[in-house]
Design a protein around this ligand. Structure first.
Ligand SMILES: *Cc1c(COP(=O)(O)O)cnc(C)c1O
Length: 377
């Protein structure tokens, strides 16, 4: 894409495909021998551009992807992404012909859904989701009979069975106990299926934290989202600490700098009042670009010349103000980072918005152009 974004654009995203490939490799190496990385590229690859991310991963040998919706899956196929594509969530059964046409794999979200899908008469690939304790999607792990019946449905090509852990990010004893309870529920069901001579299909349990905190689990896939993008959800500790490198940064440029007097206000609702004569820089990026409004009033900050500078007043739809009184040598046109590998990581920025990096990143980029970077190696 345009390499001149930084001189012509108001604000932009930089996506480093070399770091992406590095992360895919270190995560794959962290997995047991026969486990494969399933790259979770839902929500436009967490704001990183699903098409380019998936094609780059295809090139490094990644052959399994997960999306949230049928349309996300179709988009990947139309752009030439090869390998398996699992739809993790609900798809209206009326879309069955799309699932088939684009060779997607549909998650069986519960028993009634399996019936409805089977009743369409179209033979499609599926993975059965098992509820082991999160109580969101899935057939309850103690409902062996229903799972068995799904395996017997003649229009469902069951190729996988999986569950999702709800607190694998926490290392607190009660959460570790709960996670182990979920894992046991899953494996107990698998054992019962094996004893009933039901064909062995691919299994998967872990997402990013599941892999990093329970790396010993021997599954066929690990569904990795946030860690693939080089960050964790929050500034957490994990048992495994692979060398992950952030893939995305968000940049803007100083559109103008103004001096305000002590007592002057800045922005909507006069939410910022200068406590001293101040220098305010206006950045052409706002909540419609994915910068959360909850970063208003000094909760969030940006990086200018390696300094963290607080947001002054409310984040507007298309712009925001920062207080640059304390830094020297700032000029109109200077590049500013809102998420940055070195000084302001996505998890740190997310904390300032009372959120997690998954939410922050997935909201980024509705309007920002993306510059893809590949380091020379
Ligand atoms: C989003 C999602 C993932 C990926 O989670 P990360 O924490 O980003 O790795 C894995 N599995 C399911 C079912 C998901 O919905």
């Amino acid at each position: 894409m345009n390499s001149e974004l930084n001189t012509t654009c108001r604000s932009w995203i930089e996506v480093n495909l070399t770091n992406l490939r590095h992360n895919a490799n270190v995560l794959q190496q962290a997995m047991p021998e026969n486990c494969r990385l399933m790259a979770v590229v839902k929500a436009n690859a967490y704001g990183h551009s699903a098409k380019e991310i998936s094609l780059a991963l295809n090139k490094t040998g990644v052959k399994a992807f997960a999306v949230a919706t049928v349309d996300e899956g179709i988009e990947l196929r139309k752009n030439g992404v090869t390998g398996e594509i699992l739809i993790l969530g609900f798809t209206d059964v009326s879309r069955i012909s799309d699932i088939k046409k684009y060779d997607l794999i549909q998650t069986i979200i519960d028993f009634d859904y399996a019936n409805a899908l089977n009743d369409t008469g179209v033979f499609v690939k599926t993975h059965i989701k098992i509820d082991t304790g999160m109580h969101r999607l899935g057939i309850p792990s103690d409902d062996f009979e229903s799972v068995k019946k799904v395996f017997e449905m003649k229009n469902l090509d069951v190729c996988g069975i999986f569950t999702h852990l709800c607190c694998s990010d926490s290392l607190k004893k009660e959460d570790v106990d709960y996670t182990n309870f979920q894992i046991d529920n899953f494996y107990n069901l698998i054992e019962r299926l094996k004893s009933a001579k039901i064909k062995v299909v691919k299994t998967h349990i872990q997402s990013s934290y599941g892999l990093l905190n329970y790396p010993h689990l021997k599954c066929d896939y690990a569904r990795i989202g946030i860690a693939l993008y080089g960050v964790l959800s929050s500034p957490d500790e994990t048992i495994l600490k692979p060398d992950l490198r952030p893939v995305l940064s968000v940049k803007s440029r100083i559109a103008l700098i103004r001096n305000v007097n002590k007592g002057d206000c800045v922005g909507y609702a006069r939410a910022f009042t200068a406590k001293r004569n101040s220098k305010i820089a206006i950045l052409p990026i706002g909540y419609a670009d994915g910068i959360p409004r909850s970063m208003s009033n000094g909760k969030g900050c940006v990086v200018i010349n390696n300094f963290l500078v607080p947001i002054a007043g409310r984040v507007c739809m298309d712009q925001l103000a920062v207080d640059v009184t304390d830094i020297d040598g700032v000029s109109v046109g200077d590049t500013v980072s809102l998420i940055d590998d070195n000084n302001l990581s996505a998890p740190e920025a997310a904390v300032n918005a009372d959120s997690i990096s998954n939410e922050l990143l997935s909201q980024i980029g509705a309007r920002l152009p993306v510059k893809f970077i590949e380091n020379l190696e």
